[in-house]
Each structure stands twice: as structure tokens, then as C-alpha cells.
Design a binder for this molecule. Structure first.
Ligand SMILES: Cc1ncc(COP(=O)(O)O)c(C=O)c1O
Length: 350
């Protein structure tokens, strides 16, 4: 992008291209020089869990550190459901589209309904409840949402309250996938706190992998009735790291001050700079995203030319002549990389 073919070009493909924030690496180096108890029972995991719980206003909440998003979703969902019970998600939901049938492989169907700007609505939930009414069908039991959504949009407090009220009315569990929760909670227009998420869901997870950690997600189980034997289930699925301190030390560094939120805010700021620049260049967007993912609509020729200077996700077809791509900024994206990308795109559309 800078004209030197030998210089690596910044990628906008995803938010897990970089390793870990230096403070997390430092915490890891320090923890690895110690002797730590195994399987998540080390002092770092204990303190990290305490730091997270202290932000929730739910002292009974349990925290389990896991490795990845798919693993966390399948572990939590399969632990929470009985054999005949099913998940409700939007058609674009990560569990429905990008987890290789991991939930179904645990024996639980994922029922899908259309999204509105990436989000699940109470009407969508009601439609699936109306379609699945007897023991000849699966029984809808868990409502899955992700914040941010697959389109980078965020839920408002009122939207989550409406979904939770419906869950309570219909005896459903409410689970939130927070792979990008750091970005969601620091996005423009966000009115939710971590404590709100804990108050409104039965369980959720806090994504580390996409927000400065080398690897790791923190599953928070708020509802006591869902907490029993989770460590057995985690171990049985091979998800209990012997060196659990690798996860605990990173979450300790993310939550001992506001680093988790600062990293999310940085990713958002870079993406918003990019989105504003695209708009100024007259480029249409699939949707206005307030978070760290941006979805410009370009011609096929522009997309092919752009692929020569940076990498990105080809998102969806749009028309005979145009398609949507996804550009993602991370905790480590540099302002000059964003500006170089905007200059390259500006050149293409001129
Ligand atoms: C919302 C959401 N959930 C879950 C995942 C899965 O995470 P992993 O790739 O670590 O399994 C992702 C990853 O892209 C995601 O965006």
C-alpha cells in the first residue's frame, strides 16, 4: 500500500490478525515465570474472575475461562439444554452460519428467523415459538444473540429488555455471545454496561480473542440454576486447559483497569474513521455500523483491484455489478493504515 512491494500491507480481514496487547504479553511472561496451579485453579484465573464479577453487580455469577468462541457457545448451550431443546437465533447468527454445525453436533437444533439490521426481535422469537408447538418438534428453549451482531450493529438496553421480558414470559433462557462485546460496549450509541448485560441475560461471554488477548473468552454464568457441574462438562469436552493461567493472566490484565474497554474503543475509532472516509468518498454502505466492522459496497472491478493492495472478507453479493466487502479494525489497527486504505480506495473510485 505504501508502494514498496516488500513492505507488509495492513490487513483489514479481521480483528484477530495480531497477537496480544503488550500488557497481556507482559502478564503472561510474569505468570509463566511462576509455578501456577493447573486447570484454571491458579491465582491469576481466580483474580481475573473476581475482577469481572466485581463489575457485574451479580456476586453469585460464575466465570469460566475458555479458549474460543465456538467452543464457548457449544459448551454453554449444550450444558444449559436438555436433549430435545433448541436454540433460537437470527439466520445470520454466528451459531447458525459459521460454527460448522457445532451446536447441532451436540444434539440441539438451531431454529432461525430473519434479522432486522443483524438483530433478533421479539417478533422473530414469537414466530418460531408459534411454529414449534408440540413434542413432534424440537422445543425452543434458548434465545441466542450476539453483541455486536454479525453486521457490526449493537443492541440497545430497551431491545435486550424486550427480549428478556419475552424469555421470562415464555420460559426461555437468554444467552449473549460477546465475541465482540468490548467493541459493542464502547460503540457510539451504546447504552449498556457489563452489569446491564449480566442483569439481562442468564449467561454470556466476554470475548478476549478479538479484543487484545492472544486467546481466550470468559464465560459468565449468571443464573445459579445453570451453574452446576460446568467444570465437569468443560473437562469432558477437552476444554479445560492444564495451563489455565494462560487465560487467567490475560483477563486479569484486561480487567484490572479499563484496558478491555480502551482496546474496544480504539478498534471502533479506527473503523469509524474508515467508515466516515468511505462515506466522504461517496461509497455506499450495506449498513451504518457503529462498531469495528464496516461494510462498503463496491463494484467487482474495484474489489479485485483492492484485493491487490490489502486483504478483506468478501461478504455478500449485492447486484450484478456490485458486492459487499467487510473491513475490520482491531485493537492494534493504526491510523496511518486506515488513511492508506482510504487513499487506495479513493484512487479506485475516482
Ligand atoms: C459473534 C461470534 N461468535 C463466535 C465466534 C467464534 O469464535 P472462534 O472462531 O474463536 O471459534 C466468532 C468468530 O468470528 C464471532 O464473531
Amino acid at each position: 500500500m505504501d508502494g514498496n512491494a516488500m513492505t507488509p500491507k495492513a490487513s483489514f480481514r479481521n480483528d484477530y490478525s495480531e497477537g496480544a496487547h503488550p500488557r497481556l504479553l507482559q502478564a503472561l511472561a510474569q505468570a509463566s515465570a511462576e509455578q501456577n496451579a493447573g486447570y484454571g485453579l491458579d491465582a491469576h484465573s481466580t483474580r481475573a474472575a473476581q475482577l469481572i464479577v466485581a463489575r457485574l453487580g451479580q456476586p453469585q455469577a460464575q466465570v469460566h475461562f475458555l479458549v474460543g468462541g465456538t467452543q464457548t457457545n457449544l459448551l454453554a448451550i449444550s450444558a444449559f439444554l436438555r436433549p430435545h431443546e433448541a436454540v433460537i437465533a437470527v439466520a445470520s447468527g454466528h451459531v447458525a452460519t459459521h460454527e460448522t454445525g457445532a451446536i447441532e453436533a451436540t444434539g440441539h437444533k438451531v431454529l432461525i428467523t430473519p434479522h432486522v439490521d443483524g438483530k433478533l426481535t421479539p417478533d422473530g422469537v414469537r414466530a418460531l415459538l408459534a411454529e414449534n408447538t408440540s413434542e413432534h418438534m424440537v422445543k425452543p428453549r434458548l434465545v441466542y444473540v450476539s453483541n455486536t451482531t454479525e453486521l457490526g450493529t449493537i443492541y440497545t438496553k430497551a431491545e435486550l429488555q424486550a427480549l428478556r421480558a419475552l424469555c421470562d414470559e415464555c420460559g426461555l433462557l437468554f444467552y449473549l455471545d460477546g465475541a465482540r462485546l468490548g467493541s459493542a460496549l464502547t460503540a457510539e450509541g451504546n447504552d449498556l454496561s457489563l452489569a446491564d448485560i449480566a442483569a439481562l441475560t442468564h449467561a454470556f461471554y466476554i470475548g478476549g480473542t478479538k479484543n487484545g488477548a492472544l486467546v481466550g473468552e470468559a464465560l459468565v454464568v449468571v443464573e445459579p440454576a445453570l451453574q452446576a457441574d460446568l467444570r465437569y462438562l468443560i473437562k469432558q469436552r477437552g476444554a479445560m486447559l492444564a495451563k489455565g493461567m494462560v487465560l487467567g493472566a490475560q483477563f486479569e490484565a484486561l480487567f484490572e483497569d479499563a484496558l478491555f474497554f480502551e482496546l474496544g474503543a480504539h478498534a471502533n475509532a479506527m473503523a469509524q474513521r474508515l467508515q466516515a472516509g468511505l462515506k466522504a468518498a461517496g461509497i455506499a454502505l450495506l449498513i451504518h455500523s457503529p462498531s469495528n466492522q464496516v461494510f462498503p459496497i463496491l463494484t467487482h472491478a474495484q474489489i479485485e483491484a483492492l484485493a491487490g493492495v490489502t486483504s478483506f472478507e468478501r461478504w455478500s453479493p449485492h447486484s450484478d455489478t456490485h458486492a459487499v466487502i467487510r473491513l475490520v479494525c482491531s485493537w492494534a489497527t493504526r491510523e496511518d493504515a486506515v488513511d492508506a486504505l482510504l487513499a487506495a480506495i479513493g484512487h479506485l473510485v475516482r
